[in-house]
Write a protein that binds this ligand. Structure first.
Ligand code: OKP
Ligand code: ZN
Length: 346
């Protein structure tokens, strides 16, 4: 299987996030991708290459122009105000209740306007990494269009929480959504996105919520008890002509092992089969792992091989796009277990 990776992912390194009320070193860090790349090299059945060059235009396929412009200028506006000692981070948010939704002129106002949490800080070189992650996903989509059966875009930072004009959950630009849109524009009439990150892919859901040409299916921790808290419930089925093309399969924290996960995956795959997808994008989050430090499912490496095998039985051109996963020591081997399971049925 071809893997698309670039060292530009290192250009995005955020110092802190706020967990349980205190600054904590950020779980989403460059070493995550290092570990995956390591395991990929050890396996031997992959070819790793650099992404092709794309401009920023594809960002506009799924994000608003003002949001993309904000991402590009946020650091320089922040640095002009505060210097370069701290990462640019919001402290103030536009609640959907009682506050006005106007775009502020000031950088602190803008950071909050375009964020839904405090986990997506911006550094001097973040935008380059964000742009390169999108290029990895687009290069993967092009491989499928050119006849490759599968590819793995080793993207970092991740993307599935990024909505048309919102960053959050370590995500800025929605790599998987842009890859799906690229597949649509290049002749794949129906594209399914299956998000198996532990956290609901709220950004991807929002982007395609009113569309019937891109099916979004997500298996994740019940938002009543877990991030992103305010979206990802099973009564969110899509709107307008998108009605019926969004499927959320929330599962309980703590006790979700294969006995609960397996049936949810079967339901997801059945939905994708019934849709009649021409291509499949997997938002491959590996934080469903039993030892993940910030998540609460109980999957193990054997389960990951089985997930890969079952995805392979769909027999579709498949692009894997890397999302979350924070148990750094095992992250690479778990990721490779999914991809290896998939390759065995090809
Ligand atoms: C990004 B991805 C739990 C805090 C969760 C944010 C998690 C972002 C996950 N107490 N913080 O989907 O893996
Ligand atoms: Zn996650």
């Amino acid at each position: 299987m071809k893997v698309i990776y670039t060292d530009k992912q290192r250009l995005h390194r955020v110092k802190y996030e706020f967990l349980s009320g205190e600054p904590t070193p950020c779980f989403e860090k460059p070493e995550r991708a290092d570990m995956v790349l390591n395991a990929i090299h050890q396996h031997g059945g992959f070819t790793v290459s650099e992404p092709a060059v794309f401009g920023i235009e594809p960002m506009h396929w799924v994000h608003t122009p003002d949001y993309v412009a904000f991402l590009q200028s946020a650091w320089s506006e922040w640095e002009a105000r505060y210097g370069d000692e701290h990462d640019a981070s919001p402290y103030c948010f536009v609640s959907p209740r009682h506050l006005r939704h106007r775009i502020p002129k000031d950088i602190e106002g803008k950071l909050g306007y375009y964020s839904f949490d405090m986990t997506a800080a911006i550094t001097k070189t973040s935008f380059e990494a964000i742009h390169a992650a999108m290029e990895c996903a687009l290069t993967g989509a092009d491989l499928l269009v050119n006849g490759e059966k599968a590819a793995f875009a080793l993207c970092r930072p991740p993307g599935h929480h990024a909505a048309p004009d919102l960053m959050g959950g370590y995500c800025y630009i929605n790599n998987a959504a842009i890859a799906a849109e690229s597949l649509r524009r290049q002749g794949k009439d129906k594209v399914a996105i299956l998000d198996i990150d532990y956290h609901h892919g709220n950004g991807t859901q929002s982007i395609f919520y009113e569309r019937d040409d891109v099916l979004f299916v997500s298996i994740h921790g019940d938002p009543d008890y877990d991030y992103p808290h305010y979206i990802g419930f099973d009564d969110e089925i899509g709107e307008g002509k998108g009605e019926g093309f969004n499927l959320n399969l929330p599962l309980p924290q703590g006790k979700t092992d294969w006995s609960l996960y397996g049936p949810a995956l079967a339901t997801a795959l059945e939905k994708i089969r019934a849709f009649g997808a021409d291509a499949l994008v997997i938002s491959l989050g590996m934080d469903t792992y039993e030892h993940d430090p910030i998540s609460f499912f109980k999957l193990n490496r054997t389960d990951y091989a089985e997930i890969g095998r079952q995805l392979g039985t769909l027999d579709l051109p498949t692009l894997f796009v890397f999302e979350g996963g924070y148990a750094v020591d095992d992250l690479g081997y778990n990721t490779v277990a999914v991809l290896d399971g998939f390759m065995r049925v090809q």
